[in-house]
Design a protein around this ligand. Structure first.
Ligand SMILES: Nc1nc2c(ncn2[C@@H]2O[C@H](COP(=O)(O)OP(=O)(O)OP(=O)(O)O)[C@@H](O)[C@H]2O)c(=O)[nH]1
Ligand SMILES: [Mg+2]
Length: 162
């Protein structure tokens, strides 16, 4: 997907001669814009495209002494909803896409249960409130309250505002 980092890796037999990278049969001559060619110890060659754009789609080939290997890159468009997110949220999305995981610090808890199961008491307990005045809820009660926990210390904070 556009915005992500793409990397092609290739290991060649031990030999100090250089390799050539091609995109759609056109030699990639130098590191330009978002494309970087690198060689690491152990004859590891990398072509990095960071960040990928739609126009980076194509057939990539690495060639050395007449031997070549190729791969096709298809860069997909970023979904419209992601494009409309704030820069920070978009970056978080891209990071999560790249690594496969993300840390979420917000959870929404919905308490549903049989009549008299103890829902209101549980809610009060979670909010660090007394339960001695709890009476049976008439119909549906929608209460939105927030509490926070410091993930480092494990300390809970109960906010008084709704
Ligand atoms: N033994 C016991 N009783 C509980 C517990 N939690 C709540 N209760 C009691 O169960 C009764 C119902 O508790 P509520 O919190 O009002 O239950 P609710 O699910 O909100 O009930 P409705 O609003 O009527 O649907 C009360 O008399 C509470 O004191 C619990 O963990 N153990
Ligand atoms: Mg209730």
């Amino acid at each position: 997907m556009e915005g992500l980092d793409i990397q092609f890796d290739c290991e060649t037999e031990e030999d100090n001669s250089s390799v050539e990278w091609y995109k759609d049969d056109v030699l990639i001559t130098m590191n330009t814009g978002n494309i970087k060619k690198e060689t690491f110890p152990g004859n590891i060659h990398k072509l990095t495209i960071s960040p990928a754009r739609l126009q980076d789609s194509g057939r990539y080939r690495i060639e050395k002494n007449g031997i070549s290997s190729e791969a096709v890159l298809v860069v997909k468009e970023m979904p419209e909803t992601i494009k409309q997110m704030s820069k920070h949220d978009r970056e978080e999305f891209l990071k999560a896409t790249q690594s496969g995981t993300t840390q979420r610090y917000y959870i929404r808890v919905m308490i549903v249960g049989e009549s008299s199961a103890g829902k209101t008491c549980l809610f009060r307990r979670l909010m660090n409130k007394p339960i001695d005045d709890v009476i049976s809820t008439d119909g549906l009660d929608i209460e939105r309250r927030k509490c926070q926990v410091d993930v480092k210390t494990g300390e809970w904070y109960f906010l008084t505002s709704k």
